[in-house]
Ligand binder design. Sequence first.
Ligand code: GDP
Length: 143
Amino acid sequence: MAVERTFCIIKPDAVEKKKAGAVLALLEEKGFSILACKRMTLSKDVAEGFYAVHKARPFFGELVQFMTRGPVFVVALERENAVAEYRKVMGATDPAKADEGTIRKLYGGNVGENAVHGSDSLENAKIEISYFFPGNEVAPVAG
Ligand code: GDP
């Protein structure tokens, strides 16, 4: 299986609960390397750009408001099969439906405030990592 990179946001709800460190520790326990990590508060423009694919969804305004209400951590992760493995560790969108031991089950509140974001494909992971870590902030993949 190939070594991949994926992208995580520790969302404002989890940061408010002081669970950012716990999320990072869990990811390391699950075999992910943290390639890059920074704390920032998303502007409305940055949040809208990041979630542009959801623009037509009824919850778009609520999502942008939530994601901009306080600091987040943006994180670039690496491990074998990272995209699928992180989706498993992250859990279902709705924390109430997420498996035991997943980040969303442990730290999520509801379908909107669900603790973390995770890329849904390798292609989107590349786009999302470069959205928040431009240039060579994350070393290019060797080879
Ligand atoms: P994900 O890939 O599991 O994060 O899920 P989606 O791509 O479907 O949705 C993106 C994000 O939009 C979710 O992680 C939630 O934060 C938010 N979201 C999804 N569904 C709802 C909803 O019904 N209401 C609200 N307020 N937010 C939602």
